[in-house]
Design a protein around this ligand. Structure first.
Ligand SMILES: [Zn+2]
Ligand SMILES: [Zn+2]
Length: 216
């Protein structure tokens, strides 16, 4: 079992994409491509193209990492604060949130010292909080989470007066957990899959840094 850390995943994404992303794309582009690849993933999933589905999903993870990296958000550091062995909305393990209720998070308290050290362990913890057998998998649900993530960045940028970086940090942590739920549901290890596809560079052009240029 591989033990890639969140930091390593973010670093790999930065090594391949940070330079071209900074040169070519503004924040709205990053969100646009993030959503585009999510839509492709949903489409391939519907058509049951397994390998294509995984690649599309991983490409969307790469665009998500681009957003996280651009804002210099330390996902590895904020995740245990948001998810310290419990759901930040109901504070239970496993989660007992009622469906279809607008959720408001609560203070989760201090993370314990035995927090996950790598992506595989994080996936296991998320499986404990949100057992995939209890999840009714809705293909389109991830899109509403993507929308919420995007919205939090728009609010952050457009707010006048004091900005709260914590709002977007929480949105990033919540979105990442949704991703882990999907990988749990698919019974795939995010770290293993991500490094399989990206370890030698961009999986489209094969270069590090990437030399692709998207104009759509
Ligand atoms: Zn909950
Ligand atoms: Zn490329």
């Amino acid at each position: 079992m591989a033990n890639h850390t969140i930091k390593q995943l973010m670093q790999l994404s930065a090594d391949i994409y940070a330079i071209p992303n900074d040169q070519l794309y503004d924040l709205d582009d990053l969100f646009y491509y993030h959503q585009k690849w999510l839509l492709r993933y949903i489409d391939s999933r519907k058509k049951e193209h397994e390998e294509k589905m995984m690649k599309d999903l991983l490409a969307s993870v790469a665009w998500f990492s681009a957003v996280v990296n651009r804002f210099h958000i330390d996902l590895e550091k904020i995740l245990p604060k948001r998810y310290p062995y419990k759901c930040p909305f109901c504070l239970e393990l496993p989660c007992s949130c009622e469906k279809f209720v607008v959720k408001k998070s609560k203070k989760t308290g201090r993370p314990t010292s035995r927090m996950p050290r790598n992506l595989s362990e994080w996936q296991k913890l998320i499986e404990k909080i949100y057992p995939s057998e209890n999840l009714l998998f809705k293909n389109l649900e991830i899109l509403s989470h993507q929308d919420r993530l995007h919205q939090s960045f728009r609010l952050f940028r457009r707010q006048s007066g004091k900005r709260h970086i914590k709002d977007i940090e929480n949105a990033v942590a919540d979105y990442f957990v949704e991703l882990l739920k999907i990988f749990n549901f698919l019974k795939k290890d995010l770290g293993v899959e991500y490094f399989r596809i990206f370890k030698n560079g961009c999986y489209v052009c094969g270069k590090k840094p990437c030399e692709c240029f998207y104009v759509e």
